[in-house]
Ligand binder design. Sequence first.
Ligand code: GDP
Ligand code: MG
Length: 302
Amino acid sequence: MSEKTSFWTRLTGGLARTRDRIGACLSNMASGQIDENTLDELEEILILSDIGVTTSAKLIERLKARRGEAAEVEGLKNILRQEMQSMLEAPKPLLWHFEARPEVVMVIGVNGVGKTTTIAKLAFWLKGQGKNVLLAAGDTFRAVASEQLVKWGERLNCPVVWQKSGADPSGVAFAALDQALEESFDVMLLDTAGRLHTKVNLMEELKKIHRVLGKRLAGAPHKVLLVLDASTGQNALSQGRMFNQATPVDGLILTKLDGSAKGGVVLSLCAELKLPVCFIGQGEGMEDLAVFNASEFARAIV
Ligand code: GDP
Ligand code: MG
C-alpha cells in the first residue's frame, strides 16, 4: 500500500461514521425532492456529526441559497462538499518560510491531546526536509513528560534540552533558544505542559514563556500551534476558544483522526475560531502526520 493510499484509507476510515450519517440522510431523501424538511433533517445530521450548531446552520444557509443549482441529491452532495471545502480553506493558511533561524515553534494544548507525540512527528517531517531540529522539554511538571521527549529525541536523532521536573518552563525555553541560536538550528520545537485543573496558572505560564522567548529573540515564538484531540468532538472547540483567548494561536493540529474520530469538529474549528488547521495526526508513530488538505478532508466527509 502506498503512503498516499494508506493516508487516504485512514482518513476516510476515521471519518466513516460522519460520512455514513450524512450519506444515509441524503440517500433517504424522497426522489430528489430537496425541500425544507429535507434540509432540516440534514441540519440535524450535521449537528449530530459534531459539526456544531452554529456551523451546521451556516452550511444549511449556504445550501438554501444554492438550492436552485441542485435538482437531485447528487447535486446537493456536490454543493455541500464545495461549501465544506471553502469553509475549511477560509482561514489564512499558515506558511513555513524557515526565514527565522531558528524558527521557534511553541506547541500548546491540554494534557493527553498528543502534544509530545505531535512534536516528534513534526520533527520527523522537518528532518525529512533537511532541517536541523532542536527539541525543548517545556513540560517540566512531570518527570515522565521530559523523559518521553528525550526518548523521541534519541529515536529521531534530535538533541533535546530538558531540566529536572519542577524547573521553570520559561527557563527551559530560554536555555533551548540560547542553544538553538548558538548552534544555528533551523527549527526549535518547544513542548509545554497542559494541566487543566490550574487553568489560570497554565495560561499565565504560557504567556510568560511567550514573553521570555520574545526577549531573547525578537519575533519568537514565530508560531504557536494548538494541539486538539479530534475524538473529543465539541470539547476540542471549547479548548480552542480558551487557549486562543489566552495566547494568540497561529494554527491548529488535530490529532487522533484515526479510529473513532468525531472529525466533523474540524469544520466548526475553522469556521468559529478562524484558525487554519495545519496538520492532522492519524496514529501514534512519528510518520503518522499529514499536512491538512481541505479538499481531501471535505471529500472524506461527504
Ligand atoms: P500530551 O500529554 O499532549 O503530550 O500527549 P501525548 O503526546 O503524550 O499523547 C497522549 C497519547 O495519545 C499517547 O498514548 C499517544 O500515543 C496518543 N496519540 C497522540 N497522537 C495520536 C494520534 O494522532 N492518534 C492516536 N491514535 N493516538 C495518538
Ligand atoms: Mg506531553
